[in-house]
Structures are given as structure tokens and as C-alpha cells.
Design a protein around this ligand. Structure first.
Ligand code: FES
Ligand SMILES: [Fe+2]
Length: 424
């Protein structure tokens, strides 16, 4: 059984606000302050986005064996993720069909079956109700229709995505051209294994965190170290049709990766197929909140989970190839990103504070922030509820950047690189 979703809400933005965001970005305005501060917006986003779209919540390796399970708190819902005897990963509401008790209390573990702690109804790993004492003479009751309520779960690249709405297309159709784009990488993300995890409690709306990730306009002032490794104005954006956005930046001469000293120290290339790709870092957001940064030798993810309109729990995880985990020394990369994250969260908290002011009206994008606009367009199109998708635009500085790239010895081949704007 799956749970029915409530009917759609009305758009929280006015037609005028929607129009001002959906303009070409040189004339567009940012989201209004209410989008970052009002409970009503978060209610809308939770119901219309997080409970209708596919959202990554875990990694498949967290469920290594048949019977492995984990609990996830998803916007107040306790979700039970379990690998069945048939090796299929499934998700259920952790709610007994008898009187609603949480069936599983442990955060993670291994189970043969799930037995409710209250009256001992027993569910199989695939959610079927196997035993419910003293129900044999009930009217209109059968074990077959009283299993745990399921949630759609699909796995891609090692990430387990959930979708609570039966009307949403399957994950592959939903992510669209992301699959073809990802196929351009040298190997499957399913091989990734987590080498480090950082957590931050950030006093800012989750979309402000995503917008911050989407531009490097702030990098010269906010990230002196990062800006030495990847000059803020070199790179390109992609033009996807699917619910994702992304682009790449170029390492400065002599730099190999994002870490304290900019060196890989012999860590092998993961996804880069040639020297051009080895000289880049690729940045993505898979709608709504899976941020993926593909470095030459590791993959970094950020996920900002709303904790009220003005707070986010940000989880930052660093992944290496399965063959490298345990042996790869990623401490320089972890420390680099911890510094960078804290620099970012300092300014996003100040932005959260400032946009609360009654004086503030939605600002303008610089010509370095087309990718912020691309994220805001994904929001605006989904606030609008009209089914249309606004076309995105590239950074205007790309043309200049291309000239600079052509003048650089290592990046000189970038114009023939396999993954550039031609991808989208
Ligand atoms: S509430 Fe679960 S068996 Fe009664
Ligand atoms: Fe930043």
C-alpha cells in the first residue's frame, strides 16, 4: 500500500513576482524575502517538492546485506529503508498498521523480520504483514492488505532516492538528461564510498545555501584559499533540460585538486578521462538538494535539509572510489572544505539576517550569477505550478573566460573537451 498525497497548493508567489524571476537574468530579480523567511513557503516546498519529487536520502552501501535497515527522519516522517532478501532496497513508513506504533526503534541494524513492539504484529522485509494474532475473524481484514505502507525508492549512482507521490514519473524519466550527462564520466558513482562526513547547523534557509553554492562571484573575498586553486571567473555552465544544473571550473596552473595544498599526493584520478578533465572541477545540483562536486580524485556532496525557514542542517560528505577507501588520505581535502564551508555559512547567515529586513526587496544578479538564477528558476517554475520550464542562460563572462582559457597551456584544449556546453 502507498499513501495518498494531499492535493496541490496554490503558488506562494504573486504573478508579478514570478514574472520578475522568470525574465532573462540581466533583467531578473531574486526570490522575494518571504521565500527565505515565511513558514508558508517551507510548507509549500515540503508538500509540493520534498514530498512529490525524487530526493536522495541515503547511500546503498548503508544497506550492505539482505536484512540491513536504517531509519531516516524525513520532515518528521520516520522512514524505514531496508534491503530485502531479494536484494531490492525498499522504503516504508515506520508505522504499524494496527495502532500506529513505530515498528522499528533502532537507527540501523539487521533484521530477519520486523516485529512491532506493542502487540507483536510481524512484517516481512518486503513489508508484507506475516502475522497478526487474533485477527482471523475480523470483517474486511486481511494480512495481504495490511502490510507496511510503502514509499517509492529507487537507486542511482549509489544514492537511494525516495518519492512519496505515485503521480511522479520514475527516477530515470524524472532526472531526464542527467543520465546521459553522467554517462560522460569515466565510471559509475555507485563505486563511491564515504571517507568523511561534516555537519553544520546553519542559520539560513536551505535555498540560500544552494544559491551560495551556485556562484563563485563571492570567492575572491570570501574564499582566499579556494580562489587561488580555481580562479572564480574561469568555467562554463551546462544547459540541461532535466531537474539539475551544473558547470565546471578550471584549476589554476600547478593545482591538481581542491585541498589545502592543491595536490592529489598520488591519489588516482577518479572520473577524469583525460588531462582536460583532470584540470577541472564539476559542480552540480540535482533538484532539490543534492549538491555534487566532482573533483579529479574525489566526490563531495552537500545536502541542506530545512529545519524551519531560517535554519538548515547541512551534511557534507567526501567520497572516494571503493578501492581507495581506508587507504586514501583525504585529510587535506576535508580540512580545505571545512574551511570553505565555514566561510560560506558565515556569509549566508548574514544574508539570512539581512533579507529579513522590511527594507529589503529582491535584488539583482551580477553577470557572474546566471547559475544562481538557474537555481531560482527551478524554484520559480515549481512555485508557479503552471508546468512550464523557463530557459536558462549562461554567465556572460564565459566568452572572456574562453579567451583566457585558450591562452593557458593546460586548458588550451578545453574548447574540444567532451563535456562542455554542448552537453545540454
Ligand atoms: S500497534 Fe503494532 S501491533 Fe499493535
Ligand atoms: Fe563559497
Amino acid at each position: 500500500m502507498t499513501a495518498a498525497q494531499p492535493s496541490h497548493r496554490a503558488s506562494p508567489l504573486t504573478p508579478a513576482e514570478l514574472a520578475s524571476i522568470r525574465r532573462p537574468f540581466r533583467g531578473a530579480r531574486l526570490l522575494p524575502g518571504r521565500a527565505y523567511h515565511d513558514e508558508a513557503f517551507l510548507d509549500f516546498e515540503r508538500d509540493e517538492w520534498f514530498f512529490r519529487d525524487w530526493v536522495a536520502v541515503a547511500r546503498a552501501e548503508e544497506l550492505p546485506d539482505p536484512g540491513s535497515f536504517i531509519l531516516r527522519d524525513y520532515f518528521g516522517e520516520s522512514v524505514l529503508l531496508v534491503r530485502g532478501g531479494d536484494d531490492v532496497v525498499r522504503a516504508f513508513y515506520n508505522v504499524c498498521r494496527h495502532r500506529g506504533t513505530a515498528v522499528e526503534e533502532r537507527e540501523c541494524g539487521t533484521a530477519v523480520r520486523f516485529q512491532c513492539p506493542y502487540h507483536a504484529w510481524i512484517y516481512d522485509l518486503d513489508g508484507r504483514l506475516l502475522r497478526a494474532r487474533h485477527t482471523e475473524d475480523l470483517e474486511d481484514f486481511s494480512l495481504a492488505t495490511s502490510g507496511l505502507t510503502s514509499i517509492r525508492a529507487e537507486t542511482w549512482g549509489g544514492w537511494i532516492f525516495l518519492c512519496f507521490d505515485v503521480a511522479t514519473p520514475g527516477l530515470e524519466a524524472y532526472l531526464g538528461d542527467w543520465f546521459a550527462h553522467h554517462a560522460g564520466f569515466g565510471r559509475d558513482f555507485a563505486r563511491l564510498r564515504r571517507a568523511a562526513r561534516l555537519e553544520y547547523d546553519v542559520a539560513a534557509n536551505w535555498k540560500i545555501v544552494a544559491e551560495n553554492y551556485s556562484e563563485c562571484y563571492h570567492c575572491p573575498g570570501v574564499h582566499p584559499l579556494l580562489n587561488r586553486l580555481t580562479p572564480y571567473d574561469l568555467g562554463e555552465d551546462f544547459f540541461p533540460s532535466g531537474p539539475w544544473k551544473g558547470g565546471w571550473m578550471v584549476f589554476a596552473n600547478g593545482c591538481e585538486t581542491m585541498s589545502l595544498d592543491g595536490q592529489r599526493h598520488g591519489r588516482p584520478l577518479l572520473y577524469a578521462r583525460d588531462e582536460v578533465e583532470a584540470g577541472r572541477i564539476y559542480y552540480y545540483i540535482l533538484w532539490p538538494n543534492l549538491i555534487v562536486s566532482v573533483h579529479p580524485d574525489y566526490v563531495l556532496t552537500h545536502q541542506a535539509w530545512p529545519d524551519g525557514p531560517g535554519r538548515s542542517k547541512v551534511v557534507c560528505e567526501l567520497y572516494v572510489d571503493a578501492d581507495e577507501v581506508g587507504s586514501a588520505d583525504v585529510s587535506g581535502a576535508v580540512e580545505f572544505w571545512d574551511i570553505t564551508n565555514r566561510e560560506d555559512y558565515h556569509v549566508v547567515e548574514l544574508q539570512q539576517q539581512g533579507t529579513r529586513s522590511r527594507s529589503w526587496e529582491a535584488g539583482r544578479y551580477s553577470n557572474q550569477e546566471a547559475s544562481v538564477h538557474a537555481f531560482d528558476l527551478m524554484c520559480a517554475d515549481r512555485y508557479a505550478m503552471d508546468g512550464s520550464r523557463t530557459e536558462r542562460e549562461a554567465r556572460t563572462a564565459v566568452a572572456n573566460a574562453e579567451k583566457r582559457l585558450a591562452a593557458r597551456s593546460r586548458a588550451g584544449a578545453a574548447s574540444t573537451a567532451p563535456r562542455s556546453t554542448a552537453d545540454g
